[in-house]
Design a protein around this ligand. Structure first.
Ligand SMILES: [Cu+2]
Length: 189
């Protein structure tokens, strides 16, 4: 009887560990800009990072607080990322970025986040000056951006790897505990 109870407990444990992460809805993980943040430099793109891969058919919309729709160009799905270019300069104010995606489990998920744009006028003037400095600066900036982008990709991949490692280790631990428990129960007889 004791043996049966122990075995049942182990099966339950295994089930709980294996079932929880894989079958959840796909929520937003992080974003750029983040929910509730204040953007102080010209915003030229928005990116949403989801918990899982999403389907290509994603919808992404940007709205100013007064309801004005801001045109988003080049809306792109890349595995768990949904991004778009913001081609017109954003006036200072509050914005809502909303999405309608289909997650890895086939469920549609609709949500939104808010952020504020607050760019100082001097910053805007500096940006204009930079533009007149010619193409060299622009290409340097582009190179920096590319570098930053690939660095964050590497970090994302590393984070995913460590997540799945944690899960594997957990399963392994539970399996070891199961074996030890079974051996102990057999000895007690
Ligand atoms: Cu779901």
């Amino acid at each position: 009887m004791k043996k049966l109870t122990g075995a049942l407990a182990l099966v339950t444990l295994l089930f709980v560990f294996s079932a929880s992460p894989a079958f959840a809805h796909t929520h937003l993980d992080t974003s750029d800009p983040e929910e509730g943040s204040t953007v102080t430099e010209a915003l030229d793109s928005v990116t949403l990072y989801f918990e899982t891969v999403i389907e290509e058919s994603a919808v992404l919309e940007l709205q100013k607080e007064d309801g004005t729709e801001i045109t988003l160009d080049n809306i792109t799905v890349n595995d768990d990322e949904l991004s778009a270019d913001v081609t017109e300069p954003l006036e200072n104010g509050a914005y809502t970025l909303s999405w309608d995606i289909i997650g890895v489990d086939g469920h549609p998920m609709e949500d939104s986040l808010s952020f504020e744009v607050d760019i100082e006028e001097t910053a805007a003037e500096e940006a204009t000056e930079e533009d007149t400095n010619g193409q060299e600066d622009a290409s340097e900036e582009q190179a920096d951006e590319n570098e930053a982008a690939s660095e964050s990709d590497v970090q994302d991949t590393a984070a995913e790897d460590s997540n799945s490692n944690t899960l594997l280790i957990t399963i392994l631990l539970v399996a070891i505990i199961a074996v030890v428990a079974i051996v102990l129960l057999k000895r007690k007889k």
